[in-house]
Design a protein around this ligand. Structure first.
Ligand SMILES: O=P(O)(O)O[C@H]1O[C@H](CO)[C@@H](O)[C@H]1O
Ligand SMILES: O=c1cc[nH]c(=O)[nH]1
Length: 237
């Protein structure tokens, strides 16, 4: 069934779907990495595609930025399109001195300043964690790619331009490696549907040293993240 935000027909999504925040990254992934990609969603320009990676069917669709947008798409994919596995591929800002530009962060868990998970969980604090099998597979694939990979906690914020000037210090004290804007919400929706979810991130901004990747550098380092995500998505299927 189509939904208010996804025009695809039943069966057009694969059971595994990569989720970049940026719909143009979804287009890039489909055109550059998938065989015979078909455009299956363009409602609100939130581009979605299904194609094949190493002979296995895989989908990719943008989520937009922030927990509410990501959770809305995750919910519709899991509820209406029989998707079982959601792998976010996103950029992040490092908040830990050991996590450098271009490094990969696998979000084992995600804290948040958003109220979205409490809304789903009767006001309690939800433990937003990655699916263990996906995480384990991604670690193995990332090590094989030869990238600097960190497995740990991230912070999913509602505010890219955060008003709290001491936030980074607080995150660092709690050993949180990076900031992004979706993982915590993705993990809670996936948990409700007994689905698998993982956020794979690339450090595009070092928030301690204020260094940032150029767009050309982003493309090169995102290549590792996309490869790891696709190999994880098709592993065992
Ligand atoms: O690169 P994406 O996937 O968009 O992820 C990060 O970039 C956006 C902010 O610029 C937020 O969505 C954040 O989570
Ligand atoms: O959410 C994000 C994404 C990339 N870089 C940041 O600093 N924050």
């Amino acid at each position: 069934m189509t939904t208010p935000h996804i025009q695809a027909k039943p069966g057009q999504f694969s059971e595994s779907c990569l989720l970049p925040g940026d719909p143009l990254r979804a287009k890039f992934i489909a055109e550059r990495y998938l065989d015979t990609p078909t455009l299956i969603n363009e409602t609100r320009n939130m581009l979605g595609y299904t194609g094949f990676y190493q002979g296995t069917r895989v989908s990719v669709m943008g989520t937009g930025m922030g927990l509410p947008s990501c959770m809305l798409y995750a919910e519709e994919l899991l509820r209406e399109f029989n998707v079982k596995r959601l792998i976010r591929v996103g950029s992040c800002g490092s908040t830990d001195p050991h996590v450098a530009l271009n490094d990969m962060v696998l979000a084992a868990g995600a804290s948040t300043d958003s109220n979205a998970n409490r809304q789903q969980f009767a006001g309690y604090d939800f433990s937003a964690i990655a699916d263990y099998r996906l995480l384990n597979t991604a670690v193995e694939k990332a090590e094989r790619e030869g990238v600097n990979v960190h497995v740990g906690k991230v912070f999913s914020t509602d505010s890219f331009y955060h008003p709290n000037r001491t936030l980074i210090k607080t995150l660092n004290r709690m050993h949180i490696l990076a900031i992004e804007m979706e993982a915590a919400g993705l993990y809670s929706v996936a948990s409700r549907y007994r689905a698998e979810a993982l956020a794979i991130l690339t450090v595009s901004d070092d928030l301690l040293t204020q260094q940032h990747l150029s767009s050309e550098q982003r493309e090169r380092s995102f290549d590792h993240m996309i490869t790891v995500a696709l190999e994880t998505a098709v592993c065992g299927y």
